[in-house]
Design a protein around this ligand. Structure first.
Ligand code: BES
Ligand code: MN
Ligand code: ZN
Length: 496
């Protein structure tokens, strides 16, 4: 999406749709900065507000048609003044963009009157407006041969002269976030027959060519040399060749890199421990962690932070076949630990164990993995938070803060020693499932078994990677969770 910041009176805006976001108006008085626009609507705006027909409640909308310009004014509610945060403004922008799609508007102007900023600094305002509009405008129709929908392709943020420079600075950050976020969602949306491990590797290579990243793609033979027994065990049941993708951004000389690991199961049938047919098609989303990492690298190209960043993506399908790994099989992970595979559907942790082992060679400042790892996290937190587990309290807080900044909330779960007991195997060092109780935590503990010598955070996004119903601020389907969180984390690190 193209975006720009413009300083023009609201009644001179020429785009087909001008969205104006306002907080709850207890006074039923129109903000004074909207008086010019009110005149252009012959007082219709103020009648809407004084009548109480529009109150500025969260997600509330009203459309007004001025005589001349702009063609339409869309009022969008942000909630009570106390609720006006970065998240509320991002949401308001997204809700407006979804309405713009409905109205077939290809260009949208967006304005937040200074009376209703809620104390959010202008730079943040610029950032979250772009993030929100791009999020709301996202749609995926690449695979529809017949249905042609209009796209919202252009955003003009209407600013005051004083705020212009700050909003412009924020706009650039928001635009960087938005491209990475959209890439992740596009990848997630693709079905397993298109988005294969080789396809993900091609995307990584394409990013590498476009932005001069070092990209290394390991083949099955190279994985065998490195003894990646976890990834190879999952991959032995499918005709699709697995890949291990390494992507490196250099922005800070020789300093230790921040390392991001994304689960890249391009389809998870469960393997021999096969899943029920109902909703199995959703398991195309089992590469959402990989999508988040690739999206991050798209964003990094535009943010150009002074940091070194490494992305690791172990990717394969998980299918049953005559060659597939069986319950009871024992394999050796990269670090030498042996694993009894009790359930072949707990495959994410197997492929991640090799990636965590591999991460060591970078002597990383920290490692953050992101994975649609357990159905149990949906029972625990529903679809409103990503579960967060860690071996380092400070890093955990830092990631949580980045999530808050990004509008991607994370909530901690404990990795107490008692839970580790559940992974004891009679025959190997560990088994890959810990029974029903605390399934998200035992999965986290399994990963921790392969974390050696670096601060680490695990994010379980099984509940947040996609939605099965339309939300006011997001279409149903892939959410692109993780991209903005990771980018905020990197930004936080580089601000010192
Ligand atoms: N990819 C699934 C987890 C998942 C479930 C993601 C629902 C998104 C929505 C993962 O590989 C899996 O199958 N986990 C098992 C683990 C169990 C066998 C210990 C699960 O959660 O059932
Ligand atoms: Mn599985
Ligand atoms: Zn899975």
């Amino acid at each position: 999406m193209k975006s720009s910041v413009k300083v023009v009176p609201l009644d001179r805006v020429t785009s087909p749709l001008l969205a104006v976001a306002i907080g709850e108006l207890g006074s039923r008085k129109i903000p004074s900065s909207l008086l010019g626009l009110d005149a252009a609507t012959d007082g219709e705006l103020s009648r809407l507000i004084t009548s109480g027909d529009f109150n500025g409640k969260r997600d509330e909308m009203a459309v007004v048609y001025p005589k001349k310009r702009p063609k339409r004014v869309l009022l969008v509610g942000l909630g009570t003044p106390g609720e006006i945060t970065r998240g509320a403004i991002r949401r308001g922008a997204a809700v407006a963009a979804r309405k713009a799609l409905e109205l077939d508007a290809e260009i949208m102007a967006f304005h937040l009157p200074h009376e209703t900023h809620g104390g959010v600094p202008p730079q943040h305002v610029g950032q979250v407006i772009v993030e929100g509009v791009a999020q709301g405008a996202w749609q995926f129709s690449d695979l529809k041969a017949t249905e042609k929908k209009k796209r919202l392709t252009e955003l003009d943020i209407i600013a005051t002269r004083e705020e212009r420079a700050d909003i412009e600075r924020g706009r650039r950050v928001g635009a960087a976030m938005a491209t990475g976020h959209a890439l992740a969602r596009n990848l997630q949306a693709l079905p397993g027959n298109i988005c294969t491990p080789a396809y993900l590797a091609d995307i990584a290579r394409r990013l590498g060519r476009a932005y001069q990243y070092k990209v290394t793609v390991l083949s099955r033979a190279q994985m065998e040399k490195l003894e990646m027994g976890g990834l190879l065990a999952v991959a032995q049941g499918t005709r699709q060749e697995p890949r291990f993708i390494v992507i490196e951004y250099k922005g800070a000389g020789r300093s230790p890199p921040l390392c991001f690991v994304g689960k890249g199961i391009t389809f998870d049938s469960g393997g021999i421990s096969i899943k029920p047919a109902e909703k199995m098609e959703e398991m195309k989303y089992d590469m959402s962690g990989a999508a988040a990492v690739l999206g991050l690298f798209e964003t990094l190209a535009h943010l150009k932070p002074k940091a070194n960043v490494v992305g690791l993506i172990p990717t394969t399908e998980n299918l049953p076949s005559g060659t597939a790994v069986k319950p009871g099989d024992v394999v050796r992970s990269q670090l030498g630990k042996t694993v009894e595979i009790v359930n072949t559907d707990a495959e994410g942790r197997l492929v991640l164990s090799d990636a965590l082992g591999y991460a060591r060679r970078f002597k990383p400042a920290c490692v953050i993995d992101i994975a649609t790892l357990t159905g149990a996290v949906v029972i625990g937190l529903g679809h409103h938070a990503t579960a967060l587990m860690s071996n380092d309290d400070q890093l955990m807080e830092e990631v949580r803060h980045a999530g808050d900044m990004a509008g991607e909330r994370c909530w901690p779960l404990p990795l107490w020693d008692e839970y580790r007991e559940q992974l004891k195997s009679d025959i190997a060092d560990v088994k890959n499932v810990g029974g029903r109780p605390a399934g998200t935590i035992t999965a986290g503990w399994f990963l921790r078994e392969f974390v050696a010598g670096f601060p680490w955070v695990h994010l379980d996004i099984a509940g947040t990677a996609y939605t099965d119903s339309d939300q006011p601020d997001m279409a149903k389907g892939p959410t692109g969770v993780g991209v903005r969180l990771f980018a905020e984390f990197v930004r936080g690190r580089t601000r010192g």
